[in-house]
Design a protein around this ligand. Structure first.
Ligand code: NI
Length: 212
């Protein structure tokens, strides 16, 4: 691996470990589940397959699958509505980027997939996403299906042992995923980007994906 890549890998790992302020070693030690480090490494080093089919319920209660979004450049973010800081920040950044793109963002479909299906019912999601981009679609579903799609995208999530005034927290990785019009995974973006950087990435892939 070239030196530059290793450095980037370290930054991503550092960026992610910052997100694990309330990380619980007891939960991480569960050997039945892949660790956060293993999932991040698999994502960053592009161990296939990444992404794939899903079958979930949207914020209006309608069943949605990945096929519904074929033909769009899909931007996926995994998180949960009780997240105090990172999730709203990332969703706000994605929303700002899409607003700034104007009609150029018409072929882009933003998706928010909850990793907290226990609390994030369709109506909770509908209320939550009204603060973000008008075309944002939020998805929930039975816990096993949420786990399957999260693992497909190499998303780590686990209930934290720390319980705050707002209930339990969930430790989770915060990458943004880009999926092409053909439904195939394209790339991920690290957390903490500015709207400008997201616009750049979207423009690049919109150009590449234009045409029949
Ligand atoms: Ni979050």
């Amino acid at each position: 691996m070239p030196k530059g890549c290793r450095h980037l890998l370290r930054s991503w790992l550092a960026a992610t470990s910052i997100l694990f302020g309330a990380f619980s070693p007891a939960l991480a030690a569960d050997s039945a589940e892949p660790s956060a480090a293993a999932l991040i490494e698999a994502l960053v080093t592009r161990v296939p397959p990444i992404g794939g089919p899903f079958n979930l319920i949207d914020h209006t209660g309608r069943r949605r699958t990945d096929v519904d979004f074929h033909g769009k450049l899909v931007v996926i973010y995994f998180g949960y509505t009780h997240c105090p800081d990172v999730c709203p920040t990332e969703l706000q950044t994605i929303s700002l980027a899409l607003d700034a793109l104007g009609t150029a963002a018409d072929p882009v479909q933003p998706l928010f997939i909850t990793v907290d299906p226990e609390r994030d019912t369709p109506s909770v999601l509908a209320d939550y996403i009204s603060s973000f981009h008008a075309r944002l679609v939020a998805l929930t579903g039975p816990a096993p299906q949420i786990r399957r799609v999260a693992l497909a995208y190499k998303v780590f999530f686990a209930k934290s042992a720390v319980v705050g005034p707002d209930g339990y927290a969930i430790d989770h990785t915060s990458f943004i995923y880009l999926v092409g019009k053909d439904g195939r995974y394209i790339d991920f973006l690290p957390p903490g980007l500015t709207p400008e950087r997201i616009i750049e990435a979207l423009r690049l892939h919109l150009d590449r994906q234009s045409g029949p």
